[in-house]
Ligand binder design. Structure first.
Ligand code: ATP
Ligand code: MG
Ligand code: MG
Ligand code: MG
Length: 569
């Protein structure tokens, strides 16, 4: 590729709308442009990277024996009604009507469609197990799309779905997919951890998330200093002993008023970290009556005990509360709109089971947990017992009795689930077993956030000059940087010749033929993260020499050109 014929689209300034490194660099390096909230255009450089990631995923999925298919983005609502998720999925599911007034959804995931497919295509156990995958666009109307393609509304996912006669076969494929994911993320050069995960709105029984370790990650994962134990924070909390309750030592009510208090002020007063405070406010719990997982909000009481206050909502888990407006969130917390992260809800706190309403509250969430504010604390929270409070902070003993827990931020780049018969039963997807009986198929599903992987890789691999791609993702392997391309015939001829030679050898080469100043060319090639640069100048070429610079070394070495070419892997 020649830069003169390419849309390099690099930016010198860091765009103000981007707060984390990967988002800033994806914009600056000309990988993406935002069309609207959560919707991105992939520019030529970005598209090349996306293609590489997809190819690696495709190769490994094919190797595992999975079969590539392609399902429509648009899905009939009937399927979602059959599975029950029409009711339960919540506002992330984008619903619309066609001209005949039929209901449709934009697929946020494809369990329903693939179950429908298998219901018709698979008749006998002899066709099982089967694993089908696609690499395809998904749409989720995320409450707060942010961080660029890390949390977009439209994004590319590799999703696969396996079907089985029995649980043993499902476990086998689950493990095969787990290993396949490890191979994919290894090849992508990511530092990641598989962690035990809950199954969320997808449902099912057994699950792991693949978490890329990065401070910008929205998730928190807990792992042991001494064993292989690793889980996401929700799972770690679920198995933590009940005595793991940690309460800040002072009463919240002393400073609480019906007026807003910021989390910062509260934390400072209590002399605890904001993170600790948030943990004390919010815990995932179980509804005693239904046995369903739901969010339980906890607030401090005068006697330094924690109280449970029931919030009748959790996105995707229970009935949604009303969304609070940015203005309300701002008034409740004194926080800037958006700064409390992806959720902002208002509701009423119920202080006891006879449903005495205490007051209005607002809550918002960011990566450290939920924040609660704007509550009328004067009407005290009384007579309420904590049923089951579990929370985890760094340094807690771990659940398997070995070592202590370390908490780190992670970016969820993939998740594997054993779904069991949740969908096959609801949608009557059955198969004839050896005894000739019709039984619901066992299912597994396995997702990778293809576009998110790229942002995650950049979070882990960048410096102050730009992106430092893992070799397998780089949009180009070699940059040819000719000094005075437009002025020196010697340089131009050699640059063109070298470009031909390297391209013919199968390298992906970008030749900077814009005739720009050297500093501009160096900066651009570093920004987009080309691993190898060959710098051609008239003087050195006279002796058959050129300069080589690796993206990771920051040092130009003068060597015979032939030697440089021979040594590039
Ligand atoms: P998250 O917890 O981040 O919202 P999820 O658990 O809802 O993700 P899954 O349903 O497990 O996502 O989907 C599989 C993969 O798709 C995720 O592991 C993630 O990498 C990716 N993904 C999910 N939502 C988004 C999004 N809004 N933008 C980009 N990638 C996403
Ligand atoms: Mg999600
Ligand atoms: Mg998740
Ligand atoms: Mg997930």
């Amino acid at each position: 590729m020649r830069t003169s014929k390419f849309l390099l689209s690099t930016l010198k300034e860091t765009p103000a709308e981007a707060s984390i490194a990967s988002h800033q660099l994806m914009l600056r390096a000309g990988l993406i442009r935002q069309l609207a909230s959560g919707l991105y255009i992939w520019l030529p450089t970005g598209q090349r990277v996306l293609q590489k990631v997809q190819n690696i995923i495709r190769e490994e999925m094919d190797k595992s024996g999975a079969l590539e298919i392609n399902m429509p983005v648009v899905q009939p609502a009937e399927l979602w009604q059959e599975s029950g998720r029409w009711e339960h999925y919540g506002p992330e599911l984008c619903r619309f009507n066609d001209r005949k007034d039929n209901n449709f959804v934009l697929g946020p995931t494809h369990e329903e469609v693939v179950t429908w497919l298998s219901r018709y295509e698979i008749k006998s156990y002899k066709q099982l197990p089967i694993n089908m995958y696609q690499i395809q666009t998904k749409f989720r109307d995320e409450v707060r799309p942010r961080f660029g393609v890390m949390r977009g509304r439209e994004f590319v996912m590799k999703d696969s779905y396996s079907f089985h006669l029995n649980k043993e076969s499902l476990r086998e494929t689950y493990e095969l997919m787990y290993d396949t994911y490890c191979r994919i993320f290894d090849r992508l050069g990511l530092t990641y951890r598989p962690v035990e995960a809950d199954t969320g709105s997808i449902g099912g029984s057994h699950s792991h998330e693949f978490q890329v370790l990065a401070d910008a990650g929205e998730d928190i994962i807990a792992f042991s200093t001494e064993s292989d134990y690793a889980a996401n924070i929700e799972m770690a909390e679920a198995v933590a002993p009940a005595e793991s309750r940690k309460a800040p030592s002072k009463a919240l009510e002393k400073i609480s008023t019906p007026n807003a208090k910021t989390i910062e002020e509260v934390a400072k007063f209590l002399n605890v970290s904001e993170k600790e405070l948030c943990k004390s406010l919010v815990v995932h719990g179980f509804n005693q009556e239904t046995g369903e997982k739901e969010l339980v909000l906890l607030v401090l009481r005068g006697d330094h005990e924690l109280n449970e206050v029931k919030a009748e909502k959790v996105p995707g888990i229970a009935k949604p509360l009303t969304m609070a407006s940015d203005e309300e969130i701002k008034n409740a917390f004194g926080a800037a709109p958006g700064s409390l992260g992806p959720v902002g809800f208002k509701g009423r706190i119920i202080v006891d089971r006879t449903a005495n309403v205490c007051s209005d509250f607002y809550c918002g969430a960011n990566e450290d947990g939920f924040h609660l504010g704007g509550v009328n604390w004067d009407r005290d929270v009384q007579n309420y017992e904590v049923q089951d409070l579990r929370c985890v902070v760094e340094g807690d003993p771990s659940p398997d009795g070995k070592g202590t827990l370390i908490l780190k931020h992670g970016i969820e780049v993939g998740q594997v689930f054993e779904l069991g018969t949740k969908y096959s039963q609801a949608m009557n997807c059955t198969v004839l077993n050896e005894a000739g009986q019709n039984i619901p198929m066992e299912m597994g599903c396995y997702g990778i956030g293809v576009t998110r992987v790229i942002a995650a890789a950049i979070e882990q691999n960048h410096d102050d000059k730009g992106i430092v791609w893992p070799a397998s993702m780089a949009p180009f392997q070699i940059a040819i940087i000719p000094i005075n391309y437009n002025k020196s015939e010697v340089v131009r001829k050699e640059a063109d010749r070298l470009y031909q030679e390297l391209t013919a050898k199968g390298y992906e080469v970008i030749l900077d033929d814009r005739g720009e100043r050297p500093g501009v060319m160096f900066a651009d090639m570093k920004l987009i993260g080309v691993p190898h640069s060959i710098i051609l100048g008239e003087k050195s070429l006279a002796d058959g020499m050129a300069e080589y610079e690796s993206r990771t070394s920051d040092e130009k070495v003068k060597l015979p050109l032939a030697e440089i070419v021979a040594n590039i892997e």
